[in-house]
Design a protein around this ligand. Sequence first.
Ligand code: DP6
Length: 319
Amino acid sequence: MSRATAVAHPNIALIKYWGKRNLALNLPAVSSLSMTLAPWRTRTTVEWGAEHDSLLLNGDAVHGPKAQRVWSFLDRIDPHRPAVRVESDNDFPTGAGLASSASGFAALTLAATRAAGKELNLKELSALARQGSGSASRSLWGGFVHWSRGLLEDGSDSHGAPIPGVERLDPVMIVAVVDEGPKDVGSTAGMQRSAQNSPLYQAFIDDSEACIRVARSAIERADLPALGEVMERSTFAMHGVMHASTPPLIYWKPATVAAIHTVFELRKQGIGAWVTMDAGPQVKVLCARPDADRVESALSTVVPRTMRLQPGGPASVEP
Ligand code: DP6
């Protein structure tokens, strides 16, 4: 038996991933761009060689499709693998659109490959993590990360790569927690529905590379308003796709809309703050560190709880 432990932070997409060009290899229809978030983290220990496969998530045994997703992922690392014991803990709410599959599969990728005695470089690790959950491919690095859609059929060029510049921007991300319950439709199923029948899906895909270019240039110039603006363009394009799906995918709750308007109101008052949402009701707000108190107190009038996150570092194996 060999054992390894790894830690990874979640990430939030500023330019969104929604849709796949290859389901089996989990290849995205679009490139995306994210910011890694601290202090939240997943810590995962893998024992390669156990009596039987077992998965413990936040202290509870997991069975069924959720566990099967992990076993199939480990089969990709080694189709002849032994039984494996996985123990994983999140220090943040799991499954409410707060990106737990990103940090989860990033930490699992690092811990499992290390425990299996495989030496992979970061790009190979990212391409592997992608096959567990797309957004996990972005959690290997800290700061800003660009996950390329890639062109190759085998997906080997669809992995993350770091973008320098997070220190100069010094952004924070405030999470307005609207509802911590599990979501009705997970990202994987939601994307499939949008690809099958949303009339806005192709328009979202057609705009995505332009959004990436605008975001990269904003980061290069340390221009937070330009980055915030293109983040909102990508966010509302993705939610437009979701809303126009049949049946509609509306992850928003009344307090989601209230939080969005609170941010728009702050902007009218001259505060630089911009919203994003994923496949869940939470609103995440990007702003400069000096404005964070003002943004957080405005949001706390419309949602039960807020949390402040900042750029996080890379995933790592514990010694
Ligand atoms: C809305 O990475 O959870 O958060 O690859 O099917 O596991 P799978 O999907 P996942 O989707 C994330 C979708 C999103 C946008 C994003 O993070 O880019």
